[in-house]
Ligand binder design. Structure first.
Ligand code: PLP
Length: 269
């Protein structure tokens, strides 16, 4: 049998979810569904099921950095994304390793500034927000906050198009090359509109019909990872975001109940 050719490599630097809904399991599902090989640098282990997060355990920062260097030194990294990074020390180790291997310069770098789970459990130490602002976001090809994360990072309350634009500009002012402000948590709107604003002048809304479901666990991770897969495949950023939006729309349509709490968005279709 002839071996297949090597696909692009995307690297997720993020936390695990023992329930398999969010975090690195969602990342690797999105990578596979979008046609790239998924590599992982585990930054934290969460003790979690569909009902909630009952514990989180950061990985030693040098072990997180070594995973990044070891993967990059062998197979190369075509694009990377961060999810749950847990602490300032881990963020500092991740950016040092990323700088060494060209993530954020040679390879696109998607920063999903994960702060809390949908149940409200913190996934990032409070004092680490500063490191997200000053270390991570300035290296980002794209930053993908939800509305709660926007409020925490730049203090903007997004209620409409104008405030979404203001929030995106504030994220660009922190040094991101582009921002995708995700409108999914905006109550009352018929559509979910995510607004992409880039430092080189692109401004584009991405709209999909709102689907009210309790089963959306891992949605944010899945969107950011599908975009990362598109970038690993060499797509221009607006096209990679369109791929991400198509993937997450389908994944939410196929979300399934699991356990007693919130089921995950699905790559089973
Ligand atoms: N657990 C981990 C490890 C995550 O990275 C995330 C989100 O990024 C979550 C849980 C929360 O996902 P959700 O908000 O979709 O429940």
């Amino acid at each position: 049998m002839r071996a297949s050719s090597t696909p692009p490599v995307a690297l997720a630097i993020a936390g695990t979810d023992s329930g398999g809904g969010a975090g690195i399991t969602a990342d690797v599902r999105a990578f596979t569904a979008c046609g790239v090989h998924g590599a992982v640098a585990v930054a934290a282990v969460t003790v979690q099921n569909s009902v909630g997060v009952s514990g989180f355990h950061p990985i030693p920062p040098d072990v997180v950095a070594d995973q990044i260097r070891t993967v990059a030194g062998d197979m190369g990294v075509d694009a990377a994304k961060t999810g749950m990074l847990a602490s300032t020390e881990i963020i500092e180790a991740v950016v040092a390793a990323a700088d060494e291997v060209g993530i954020g310069s040679r390879a696109p770098f998607v920063v999903d500034p994960v702060a809390a789970s949908m149940h409200g459990s913190p996934l990032l130490a409070e004092d680490a927000l500063d490191a997200v602002r000053t270390e991570l976001i300035p290296r980002a090809t794209l930053v993908t906050p939800n509305l709660d994360e926007v409020r925490l990072l730049v203090g903007v309350e997004v209620t409409d198009d104008a405030t979404a634009r203001e929030a995106a500009r504030a994220l660009l002012d922190l040094g991101a090359r582009a921002a995708l402000v995700k409108g999914g948590h905006l109550e009352g709107s018929a559509d979910v509109v995510d607004l992409l604003v880039t430092a080189d002048g692109v401004e584009r809304p991405y709209s999909s019909p709102r689907r009210d479901t309790p089963h959306s666990h891992g949605g944010g991770d899945s969107l950011a990872s599908a975009i990362t897969a598109g970038l690993a495949r060499g797509m221009a950023l607006p096209d990679a975001v369109a791929l991400g939006k198509a993937y997450i729309t389908r994944a939410v349509e196929h979300a399934y109940p699991l356990g007693a709490g919130h089921g995950p968005v699905s790559a089973l279709w």
